[in-house]
Write a protein that binds this ligand. Sequence first.
Ligand SMILES: [Zn+2]
Length: 81
Amino acid sequence: MIMTEDSSNMHIRAVVSRGEKSYQSSIRVVPVAHDYGDGYYKYSCPICGHFGLRLQLTNGEERCPCCGVNLYWDKPQSNGV
Ligand SMILES: [Zn+2]
């Protein structure tokens, strides 16, 4: 079961995957996409961004190399192409 929660005041989107047992649950955060135009995006960690760190993430990266949070890559960004 996957639930998406929006926390508008912190601008962090997180996806909670619930296993059958509570210890199997995990939280993944959705990376922040920065649109540079021409279908070109850079991504950063919203957790680190909340603390003023602008760490660039590689698309598809499993975890944030800075804070270690699990990342959730939504549908690939497209520019309508
Ligand atoms: Zn981070």
